[in-house]
Design a protein around this ligand. Sequence first.
Ligand code: PMP
Ligand code: GLU
Length: 396
Amino acid sequence: MNTQLSDRINSVTPSATLEMAAKARELRAAGKDIIGLSLGEPDFNTPEYIKQAAIQAVNDDYNSYTPVDGYVDLKDAIITKFKRDNDLSYNHSQLVVSTGAKQALYNVAQVVLNDGDEVVLPCPYWVSYSDIVKLAGGVPVEVATSIDTDFKMTPEQLEAAITPKTKMLWYSSPCNPSGSIYSKEELRALADVLQKYPQIVVVSDEIYEHINYGVTAHASMAAFEDMYDRTVTVNGVAKAFAMTGWRIGYIGAPTYIARACNKLQGQVTSGANCIAQRAVITALVESPDRVQFMIDKFKGRRTLILDLLNNIEGFKCNEPEGAFYVFPDVTAHFGKTYKGTTINNASDFAMYLLEHANVATVTGDAFGNGNCIRISYAASEDEIKEAVSRIKTALS
Ligand code: PMP
Ligand code: GLU
């Protein structure tokens, strides 16, 4: 810890997903043949029709600052998308376009939380939630779930976690890292609990919405009339459109929250990249059917990796319904010694796989669940087969 730096930054944990990806890159540069299953990043190229929209924008001289909260016609596209896919009606003042869904989430935490406000985070949660909350002075309240409830929080657990200091409930569905999806009925049951606590704002991170394998239909908390005025719906193009590096995310929110995010962003980034915004108009206006081929591929890979992992002793896998991660419980390996290395926890296990199988995964600790590791199957079938075969050998 460097005492010249602020307490704020010293209290932040580096992003485990990005750190593991960097470590894998480093090892690869040193000549090691690492298979990276750590980063949640589609291995597809951005579709041609979206790339063409960006090229057109460059040629059309889109080069000035954009409105802080996004181009008006991008907001039109977002309005169309929310109506078409989620039956949600927003007006322009309720929308903010940001530099990735990550910044959108950061903005919301900054404008809603005061020091000491509690945020209910069903575990496992996406790696950055707890640090984004802490950076805003909030206190993460982790609610443990397990593979037995498909990693979903029950209404009883939500009720038990709420205190007079609770200001937010924050989750992703489809969930990173578990792939679980809350059905409309399950969300309704959580909303029923929240009726008693009107001070609680819900952050519904729906960035994996389109990566859904057809078991449970996507549902949005804000689509319930009684939740609309206190739910922030977060989405983005990184995952379904293979646009991670373009860095565009957005929110639909109560006006007072959206305007506060706009004010914050005006002092921090001045708005998201202009060319990327132009490309995202095309991504959102066109039918999501155009990216279905990627989702079909992810679905095939999910079946493949589940079949392979279920053949290795000590991997207890849930069946992810969306996103592109499996989150196996690996506690059966704790306390065991392989090749002279004793595995005491999920971090040891992930490190062992990196060093002895040359496969990068992420420890579940980073997601608030120390029994599991996260494996991303946004990789080719050959890589998945080779990675699991190496894991099996390293553990035999
Ligand atoms: N939410 C979840 C659940 C994610 O997995 C990610 C990962 N990228 C984000 C938000 C951030 O998305 P973006 O790349 O648009 O910042
Ligand atoms: N969201 C992805 C993941 O969970 C990308 C990395 C990151 O943004 O942390 O791996």
